[in-house]
Design a binder for this molecule. Structure first.
Ligand code: HEC
Length: 171
């Protein structure tokens, strides 16, 4: 007590006007959040276009390749360009979840390992997903304006995907 002023505890200082238990829970959560920042997060940092990639095996015109790299590779290849906030947990884990799920469905870096049936199915669904504007994911577009597809991009990507599917099927 100094001149009638009592230094408040950390909890009371951070969360004034709250019940003591609520204050302690707040401090506990804050400490946990800080501790989380020190847990290493694995990164998707392989080559996007290695020897098993779609570009290494199939005909992918430069224009289409650019669209894939700009709008799809972050979640559908072995290489993600992480935004700065990926270093903040738990945001980074949430992003990695999307990447793992996206790669599980379709990985352009491993496309050459797919069976004919799977390759054809994935190309046809690529055409459908971009035409329906389901891909790239809306939550991703909010933070990645550069990944937005124009109508011309959609037509180009979808037409290429369908033509390639037909070609692979007829081999
Ligand atoms: C932010 C991450 C992200 C981006 C960017 C993204 N996708 Fe996806 N994609 C996913 C996730 C997650 C799934 C699985 C869940 C779902 O379908 O919503 C998926 C599913 C798919 C599927 C379905 C596969 C199947 O077998 O049905 C296709 C095809 C696809 N994406 C193509 C694309 C294409 C093409 C692009 C670029 C134009 C793209 N995606 C961009 C995350 C992403």
């Amino acid at each position: 007590m100094i001149f009638g002023f009592r230094p408040p505890g950390l909890a009371a200082w951070l969360f004034p006007r709250m019940k003591r238990t609520v204050q302690l829970i707040g401090v506990g959560l804050l400490v946990a959040l800080i501790a989380l920042q020190f847990v290493p997060v694995p990164r998707n940092a392989g080559p996007a276009e290695g020897p098993q990639s779609i570009a290494a095996r199939e005909e992918v015109p430069a224009g289409v390749r650019q669209i894939l790299a700009r709008a799809c590779y972050d979640c559908h290849s072995n290489q993600t360009n992480y935004p700065w906030y990926a270093a903040v947990q738990p945001v980074g884990w949430w992003l990695n979840d999307h990447v793992a799920e996206g790669k599980g469905e379709l990985n352009f870096s491993e496309f050459a390992t797919y069976s004919t049936k799977r390759a054809v199915r994935k190309l046809r669904s690529t055409a459908d997903e971009v035409r329906d504007r389901h891909m790239p994911l809306k939550s991703y577009l909010l933070m990645h304006g550069e990944a937005k597809l124009t109508d011309a991009d959609v037509t180009r990507l979808a037409t290429w995907a369908e033509d390639l599917a037909d070609e692979i099927e007829s081999r």
